[in-house]
Design a protein around this ligand. Structure first.
Ligand SMILES: [Zn+2]
Length: 112
C-alpha cells in the first residue's frame, strides 16, 4: 500500500512562455520547469532570493523573464535581487524586515 500521489508536492507553476509551449521538452522548457520546481519548494524569502539570483544571471530583462517563468511579482523578484547584495542576513525565521519599504510586497500565489 504505497500509492505515490503527488499530494504533498506544492503546486508547480507552469511557464506560459512561447518556448515552453512550442517545445515542451526542449532545453528551455526543461530549464523553466526546473526553476519552477525550485520556486515551489522554497519559502517566501528563499523564493525571492532564488528568483532574484536567476534574474541577475539572465541579465537584461531578467526580472521580466523570471516573472513570466515563475508567475512571481516583478517587485518581489526585484526585491530578491536587491537582497542578494545585502550584507546583513535576516535572523532565521524572519521573512521580512520590520516596516521596510513604503508598501508591503505582495506575493502572488502560483495556484490562485
Ligand atoms: Zn518557459
Amino acid at each position: 500500500m504505497s500509492e505515490t500521489h503527488e499530494k504533498d508536492i506544492p503546486t508547480i507553476h507552469r511557464c506560459p512562455c512561447p518556448e515552453c509551449r512550442r517545445e515542451p521538452d526542449g532545453a528551455v522548457a526543461r530549464e523553466h520547469r526546473a526553476i519552477n520546481r525550485i520556486v515551489a519548494c522554497t519559502d517566501e524569502r528563499s523564493r525571492r532570493l532564488v528568483a532574484g539570483f536567476l534574474a541577475r544571471l539572465y541579465g537584461h530583462g531578467g526580472i521580466t523573464l523570471l516573472a513570466r517563468i515563475t508567475g512571481l511579482d516583478r517587485n518581489t523578484i526585484a526585491q530578491g535581487r536587491r537582497e542578494l547584495d545585502q550584507a546583513d542576513p535576516l535572523p532565521p525565521g524572519r521573512v521580512r524586515r520590520p516596516g521596510g519599504g513604503p508598501k508591503p510586497v505582495e506575493i502572488r500565489r502560483p495556484e490562485s
